[in-house]
Structure formats: structure tokens, C-alpha cells
Design a protein around this ligand. Structure first.
Ligand code: FAD
Length: 351
């Protein structure tokens, strides 16, 4: 798999992104010029992109998320909606940063019942009005994919009308730098993306997002375990290095073993792209969130008091790992989905 030529981020850059909750123009430019912002139209490029997301998450979850969201929008437009003849879609596939605006204040889990953003026909297109929250990439985006009601039915719209879109970044403790924002659409000119079953399409996008969050979870676990091991080898207590204590060895061993099993299933899922098994995506997302949280906890623990220093790598990854249980579907919602899928088709237990 040919990887992107992104030179990576220094620890200082990653820490500053976390502190400022923003990615600099220079880093965005570097992401674009190394191909990390797309285009993600072929299956191989999507696999490569997800692998880059995994690697970026070892240092900066914010940067990894920016790449993932761009990949998700482009993959959706190209493989699922298949609307590449549209001029605005062509722009999204060729340059810039994109965002997906689905969640509203009423709640993200029960998405269908909480859509209040409306689209009205204007003669030469549509106009979007209303508010979305938790829009990742909102701070940097040129284009927004928006779930809105039209004639009482949910539909997907694409807008690049920045002058009619107000963006207020949210000050979250997790995924800092991911540009997660409240977005206000004030009669933003938009195109409707075909006569599609919007919610079904959204679910397909969410499945890719879940694979992406798996990549981020694995990346966090890899970054945290490497960091923990380095520290444990170099820090002494009671006359020997921390890694010589069995208690520390078992922490590393348990986390590494669990990480390897998640990675094996994740690699199988990558092979199946552009198809995604929704049950597999849900299982992977929950398991990757668990191992990311476990590894980040170990990294803080092994660093002792230093692990709690604000914006340090252990402390940052610890906070970042928490959101993996909420974004792209809360853990409990996914568990219910997995259980009902198994109950509907018990043969998947023995396949
Ligand atoms: C880091 C991050 C990035 C995000 N990026 C985006 C984005 O780019 N675009 C976008 O549109 N949205 C985005 N979101 C929003 C995300 O999709 C929602 O946060 C998520 O769907 C949960 O919705 P909610 O926060 O409104 O919680 P609610 O739906 O209010 O749920 C709150 C809690 O209730 C519990 N719960 C809910 N339903 C059930 C159930 N059926 N069974 C048991 N328990 C349940 C869960 O514990 C859940 O966490 C992002 C969120 C995060 C954290």
C-alpha cells in the first residue's frame, strides 16, 4: 500500500494543536500538498487514507479527524451517492476541506426525529436554514454535506455558500483541533444530491466513519503504548527500570494482545472496501474505543504525575480516547444494534 508523503507532526506541533484547539494554515497546506485531503475516489486511495488516519492519530487525533472527515465525504459522494457529474461535487472531490453536518441539539443518536434544518426551493436550487452542532471540520470547511428536511422528508444537500454559513468552534476536551463546530445555515445556497433515501445513505457514511474511528482508536492505542513503553524503559524506581516490574509488563502485554486482535479484524474490514459490513464496523468501533482508552490509561499511569500534565501526549490521548465512545454512534446504541442483528440472524455467531 503506497502511503502519503506527509512528513508527520512534531510533539510540539501536536501539543500546540491541542492547546489552541486549531490546526494552523501551514499544517492544512502540508496535508493538502501531500495528498492527505484527497481525492479519495478509488478504493485503494480510501484504504491508504484510513491507514494515514491511523498513523496521524498516534500524535494528533485532531489532524487525523480532519483527514478522516474529508475522506468520508469524498467516499460517500463518489461510491455511495454517485453524483460526480454535479459541478459542486466535482469541486469537493478536487480540492478543499469538507464537513458532514447531521447532528442537531435535539440529539444525535435518534437522528431521524431531531432534524429541524430545512431546505426550501428557490428556483435555481435550494436554500438551507437552521443550526447543526458537533460538525467536525466545520472550522476549516469550504463545503458542507447537510441532512435537512425538504417537504417533511430528510434529504442530503451540499453547500459551499460560505458567506451564508456561520461557524462557531466548540471548546471540547476531546478531538481538539478537529474543528468541531456549531454551524448556522442562513439561507445557504445548496444543491440536492439526487433523489436518494437520505437516511440510508447517511447510515452508509456512518459505517465508513466507524471504520475511521477504529483507525483513530488503533492509532491512539499504538501511540500511547509506544509512549508508555519508552517511558517504562527509561524511568527507574526501587533500583530498576519500570519495565522490569511484572505489574507494568502485564499492563503492556494485555493491551498489546487486545490491540493485535482488533487490528487483525480491522485489516480484514479494509480488504472488503468499498463494501462495509455494518455489524463488523459497529463491533470494531466499540473494541477500538476500548483498547484506545485502556492504552491511554496505561500511558498516564506509567508516566505517574507527569502523565497528567495538560497537553502532554499521555494526557492528550487519554482525553481524545474518550470521545470514541460517543462520536459516530454512542457505545450503547451500537451494542443494541449488534444484539438485535445477532438476534435477527443467529447464524452469524457460528459463521
Ligand atoms: C468527537 C466527535 C465528533 C463528531 N463529529 C460529528 C460530525 O462531524 N457531524 C455530525 O453531524 N455529528 C458529529 N458528532 C456528533 C455525534 O454523532 C453525536 O454526539 C452522537 O451521535 C451522539 O449524539 P448526542 O451527543 O446528541 O447524544 P444523545 O443522542 O443525546 O445520547 C446521549 C447518550 O444517551 C445514551 N443513549 C442514547 N440512545 C441510547 C439507546 N438507544 N440505548 C442506550 N443508551 C442510549 C448514550 O449513552 C449516549 O451517549 C460528533 C461527536 C463527537 C463526540
Amino acid at each position: 500500500m503506497a502511503m502519503h508523503a506527509f512528513p508527520g507532526l512534531s510533539e510540539e506541533e501536536a501539543s500546540l494543536i491541542d492547546e489552541e484547539n486549531r490546526i494552523s494554515q501551514d499544517i492544512l497546506f502540508r496535508l493538502g500538498s501531500s495528498g492527505l485531503l484527497g481525492p479519495y475516489t478509488g478504493v485503494e486511495s480510501a484504504r491508504e487514507g484510513l491507514e494515514s488516519v491511523r498513523m496521524l492519530a498516534r500524535d494528533s487525533v485532531g489532524v487525523a479527524s480532519v483527514v478522516l472527515i474529508n475522506l468520508s465525504v469524498q467516499f460517500l459522494l463518489y461510491h455511495v451517492i454517485d453524483s460526480t457529474e454535479n459541478d459542486l461535487v466535482k469541486l469537493v472531490l478536487n480540492r478543499g476541506v469538507s464537513a458532514v453536518s447531521l447532528t442537531e441539539r435535539g440529539g444525535g443518536s435518534d437522528l431521524a426525529r431531531n432534524i429541524t434544518v430545512r431546505a426550501e426551493e428557490t428556483g435555481d436550487g435550494y436554500c438551507l436554514n437552521g443550526e447543526k452542532i458537533f460538525t467536525s471540520n466545520g472550522l476549516y470547511a469550504d463545503y458542507f454535506l447537510v441532512l435537512a428536511l425538504h417537504g417533511g422528508e430528510p434529504s442530503l444537500f451540499l453547500t459551499g455558500d460560505r458567506s451564508s454559513i456561520r461557524v462557531d468552534p466548540l471548546d471540547l476536551s476531546s478531538f481538539r483541533g478537529a474543528g468541531i463546530s456549531r454551524v448556522l445555515y442562513k439561507c445557504a445556497k445548496a444543491v440536492r444530491l439526487g433523489e436518494i433515501k437520505a437516511l440510508r445513505t447517511v447510515l452508509q457514511a456512518i459505517n465508513l466513519g466507524r471504520l475511521g474511528y477504529t483507525a483513530i482508536g488503533i492509532g491512539i492505542a499504538e501511540g500511547a503504548l509506544t509512549d508508555a513503553l519508552n517511558y517504562a524503559e527509561n524511568r527507574n524506581a526501587f533500583g530498576k527500570s519500570l519495565i522490569e516490574f511484572q505489574g507494568i509488563q502485564w499492563m503492556i502485554s494485555d493491551a498489546y494482545s487486545r490491540l493485535e486482535t482488533v487490528k487483525a479484524l480491522y485489516r480484514q474490514a479494509l480488504e472488503k472496501l468499498p463494501n462495509i459490513d455494518p455489524i463488523e464496523a459497529a463491533v470494531l468501533k466499540n473494541e477500538a474505543a476500548y483498547i484506545a482508552q485502556k492504552a491511554a490509561w496505561i500511558d498516564v499511569e506509567i508516566h505517574g504525575g507527569k502523565g497528567l500534565e495538560l497537553h502532554s501526549k499521555p494526557e492528550r490521548l487519554y482525553r481524545d480516547s474518550r470521545a470514541l465512545d460517543i462520536g459516530e454512534g454512542a457505545r450503547e446504541v451500537l451494542k443494541s444494534y449488534i444484539a438485535s442483528s445477532v438476534a435477527r440472524n443467529p447464524s452469524i455467531i457460528t459463521r
